[in-house]
Design a protein around this ligand. Sequence first.
Ligand SMILES: Cc1cc2nc3c(=O)[nH]c(=O)nc-3n(C[C@H](O)[C@H](O)[C@H](O)COP(=O)(O)O)c2cc1C
Length: 401
Amino acid sequence: MYNIREITKDLYWVGGNDRKTSLFENIHPIPEGVSYNSYLLLDKKTVLLDTVDWSVCNNLIKNIEYLLEERPLDYLVINHMEPDHAASIGEVVARYPNIKIIGNKKTFDFMKQFGYEVNENIIEVKDGDTISFGEHELSFIFAPMVHWPETMATFDTTNGVLFSADAFGTFGALNGRLFNDEVDFEREFLEPARRYYSNIVGKYGPQVQNLLKKAKKLDIKYICPLHGPVWRTNIDYFIDKYDKWSSYEPEEKGVLIVYGSMYGNTEAAAEDIARRLVEKGMSNISLYDASRTHVSYLVSDAFKYSHIILASSTYNLNIYTPVENFIKDMKHANLQKRTLGIIYNGTWAPRAGKLMVDAVSEMKEMNILEGHVQIDSSMKEENISQMESLADSIIESMKSN
Ligand SMILES: Cc1cc2nc3c(=O)[nH]c(=O)nc-3n(C[C@H](O)[C@H](O)[C@H](O)COP(=O)(O)O)c2cc1C
């Protein structure tokens, strides 16, 4: 059975929702599900913009068949070759063998690499090229590394629809809604959107900035991403979030505290610093046990908050592995411009402190506050003044930021 939504004249959402996959990219938990968006333009010619993940291929085919009635499918635009959007290309081509595929040189290189036949039925476009399909003219805007090298966005110059590929996407199934004004975005989607951005696209901030510069020159009326809601109101709100995230500016003054603790003593230190911060007036705090929280949530909050406190016990002369993993993932996401406090623990060779400082020092524009707190197995009276002064330095550094 079909399940489609009309977006604007001649344009339909023909994608599907996935609530079965537990790990997106086989890494990131998605308890909120995810949508794979595909769009069908019914002009003099018919144009499908991207396909979907294999898990919802049947939904896509039913939706296309319903809308096309007896018409052929003339064109497929591939904005992104990642399999969560491209896995259904083979099925679409098998059903519509005369379809012409529009992409760039790298799109077709990747199609071959993924085992698709690339024959004479392709149209290779260059950055800025346009093609008219009747009333609608589509312009192709290259967006390399947002988030693969072949990625492009497509802009309908007739009605101002931007097909933005993975940019402006988010985790979260749509549950019948499609447009941003049909959901409570801040409540339901902002955290999944931040977690999606920071973990999937976060590394490519400069490339996202390039796309935003190109987008500024367009009169955008709708943003149609490959995951999550379609934007048709308050578009600047989401563009502003993207501008912040991609320039690595924190969204909020606040403190993310991440601890790694086997027997609870480092955890007690994390609790202690949290309480001191609140008593000094800073209550915008998130505190996580790195062993129990998937690292994608930690990276997401690292993009959100201005300050991070790392509290780790020493583990076989190293940083406790889940905390080390978090630092590595922040580095992989290219996170910058944060202020950090360090608390570390050890019983005979407390090396975690120095190792955390070394690891964070390799990242750009990270301000590591002086006065690292060393705990010898468990917190003692003599640690209280150190904790107090770390809390004071955090509050003080917030004033100057
Ligand atoms: C497997 C294991 C390895 C450890 N390795 C070290 C170490 O190399 N150096 C050290 O000073 N303490 C080491 N410790 C002690 C921990 O750092 C100890 O758990 C900590 O001081 C107490 O903090 P916690 O209650 O937060 O775990 C190790 C403990 C365990 C269980």
